[in-house]
Design a protein. Structure first.
Length: 176
């Protein structure tokens, strides 16, 4: 589980593995408009079904060394804020490591996504996991695009006419 940040911390957040007991805390994300599309999931599914699919995919990643999303816990309030992590993705037949992030709606616009994504970037490069990182963002997800740009990434390309790939190299990271 070399790509998981379990036990890592930022100024406000603690990273831990997703647990089955977190299910009800995560459902509110899927009640928001466009979230299913942004996460490349079927928008016709109910919030409960979407959450179930998310959990299945998350546990599959954990079990198969494909990285995964870590739960983000607010150190002060102990509340479940969202998820962020390093994900092994295949983009146009090339295996890449992605920084993925999703924050519960009540915590949007508070800097949690950037704080967690910044930690993931530094963790990956400091531990020599890869020479470059990406974030794949639905073209209509302006909030996530802003996080990728603030995290030092630049637009690399568009895929499937729906998603923008942002990237940063370890060399660029090391020179900033």
């Amino acid at each position: 589980m070399k790509y998981l940040l379990t036990g890592q911390e930022t100024e406000r957040l603690t990273f831990r593995l997703l647990k089955s007991e977190d299910f009800n805390s995560w459902i509110p994300l899927f009640k928001e408009k466009n979230v299913a599309e942004f996460l490349e999931m079927d928008p016709k599914l109910s919030p409960t079904a979407l959450c179930g699919a998310w959990f299945d995919k998350s546990f599959h990643r954990y079990e198969n060394e494909l990285g995964g999303m870590n739960v983000l816990i607010d150190k002060k309030t102990k509340q479940f804020v969202g998820q962020c992590g390093l994900l092994v993705q295949t983009i146009e037949d090339v295996e890449r490591l992605e920084i993925g992030y999703s924050i519960l709606p009540k915590f949007w616009n508070q800097g949690f996504a950037f704080e967690a994504a910044f930690k993931c970037k530094n963790y990956a490069f400091e531990n020599n996991l890869v020479d470059s990182l990406i974030s794949v963002v639905h073209m209509d997800n302006i909030g996530s695009e802003k996080v990728a740009l603030k995290n030092g990434m630049t637009f690399e390309k568009k895929i499937n006419n729906l998603f923008n790939v942002f990237s940063i190299t370890k060399k660029k990271w090391g020179s900033s």
